[in-house]
Design a protein around this ligand. Structure first.
Ligand code: TTP
Ligand code: MG
Length: 416
């Protein structure tokens, strides 16, 4: 998120080279209670494409580097610019021609997406090692839910420094970290001290950060909404707080008004949603037309579960976690997961458990997309008294038949 607010900061700032030690803290020294329940981290790499270019071309280091457009040409727009180039006023989405005019001696490169994706994967591996709940947002940023893992660090600073150091050791790159009570605050925090920043915003610091923010800092307020709010005199988060609810609703509608007001007060209940695709076997389907809950949707669920079960068994693995992913007509995407003691890979368990998760969504709208994923994969199932459960036996018979037929030809009735 880019905010055009002043660059002041809302929490502790650690300068370059200061590495805080991490260790196990006293049982009663529960520093994380000052975040009010959850400890959410946001990381965003600094001038990402430009930093990768300088990593691979040491000659570029410390110089203005502009990534974008076509090699040798002046067409297209700037993808990003190094912080040295930003001093000349160059920024993302600016025409290359304009960037050349602002800083003719900058190094202009056209960009290597494959390489940026490769580096992004290395960063991702570090993040996955750091927290079990990682939600990537884009090629260079992600949320991490650190709730429950805080006791590994003496304080939030040590936690943030540890992540930054691990990324630097693995990739040679710097990123900026924000730590806060929720996603909105953590993301806002990471943007406050770029580059190489670490900003910690405890529950008690939230107001100090928010009250000097422009309205565009509110997640979901784009140029159009900002213009509409400006018409009723609202340009800052502080003004939104002071505005009567009805007036806000008249300007942008009740739903958006509630959302904006909640964030203006620093309230954001959105969970960090682990990216289940990465280390899992799963399948999702986007519907040609939205499908409401009912027999048709359950048929899709059965088909997805059957497909995933078949692939688990072909891969010779068992799963312990089932995840159901849904996407609503407005593109909001949600997941629900459940993890079990006993590993499984039969269709019935998958279908039944996925069905319960789908029930828990209590869908009021039709779906654009439905997905079933399994994770916590393992190769062996410990010996169980229920080894020969009838459900497993039916699955075996179907699989043998399908193997002979060369594909998943014979299916259960519920998939039809
Ligand atoms: P950002 O994280 O928005 O920007 P950044 O990493 O370059 O700089 P910052 O330090 O402010 O975070 O985007 C990540 C990458 O995405 C960026 O390096 C290039 C690419 N990108 C574009 O190609 N076009 C754009 O308009 C933007 C904003 C980013
Ligand atoms: Mg970035």
């Amino acid at each position: 998120m880019k905010t055009d607010g002043p660059g002041a900061h809302g929490g502790d700032r650690w300068g370059d080279g200061a590495v805080a030690g991490s260790g196990v803290c006293n049982a009663d020294d529960r520093w994380w209670t000052s975040f009010g329940g959850r400890t959410i981290m946001h990381i965003d790499m600094d001038a990402f494409f430009a930093q990768v270019e300088a990593l691979d071309n040491p000659d570029y280091r410390g110089k203005p580097v502009v990534v974008g457009g076509r090699r040798g040409g002046e067409r297209g727009v700037v993808s990003t610019a190094s912080y040295e180039a930003r001093k000349f006023g160059i920024h993302s989405a600016m025409p290359i021609r304009r960037a050349v005019a602002l800083c003719p001696h900058a190094i202009f490169v056209s960009g290597r997406m494959d390489r940026y994706e490769e580096v992004s994967k290395h960063i991702r591996a570090v993040l996955d090692d750091f927290s079990p709940v990682v939600e990537p947002l884009s090629i260079d940023e992600a949320f991490l839910d650190m709730s429950g893992a805080e006791h590994l660090y003496v304080d939030a600073t040590a936690m943030g420094m540890d992540l930054k150091k691990r990324i630097r050791d693995a990739t040679g790159l710097t990123g900026s970290v924000g730590i806060g009570p929720n996603k909105f605050i953590a993301k806002l925090a990471s943007d406050q001290q770029k580059p190489d920043g670490l900003v910690i915003v405890k529950a008690a610091d939230v107001d100090r950060l928010l009250l000097r923010m422009p309205i565009r800092a509110i997640w979901g307020v784009g140029p159009k909404t900002a213009a509409r709010l400006a018409e009723i005199g609202l340009r800052t988060v502080a003004q939104v707080r002071a505005c009567p609810e009805g007036k806000l609703a008249d300007a942008v509608g009740e739903r958006l008004a509630r959302h904006i007001r909640g964030l203006a007060f620093g309230r954001d209940e959105r969970p960090v949603e682990a990216d289940v695709e990465a280390k899992s076997i799963g399948r999702e389907t986007t519907f040609a037309e939205d499908v409401a809950d009912g027999p048709k949707l359950r048929g899709h669920l059965a088909r997805l579960a059957g497909n995933v079960g078949w692939r688990l068994r072909r891969a010779g693995v068992y799963a312990r976690t089932v995840t159901v992913k849904i996407r609503l007509p407005d593109f909001q995407t949600h997941t629900k997961s459940r993890t079990f003691e006993a590993p499984f890979h039969d269709d019935d368990t998958l279908y039944n458990e996925a069905g319960k998760l789908l029930d828990e969504f209590a869908l009021k709208q039709p779906l654009r997309l439905l997905g079933v994923y399994t994770s916590h994969l393992q190769e062996h199932k410990q010996v169980s008294l229920f080894e020969d459960m009838p459900a497993d036996r039916l699955t075996e018979v179907l699989d043998e038949l399908n193997m002979k037929l060369g594909g998943r030809v014979v299916r259960r009735g519920r998939e039809l």
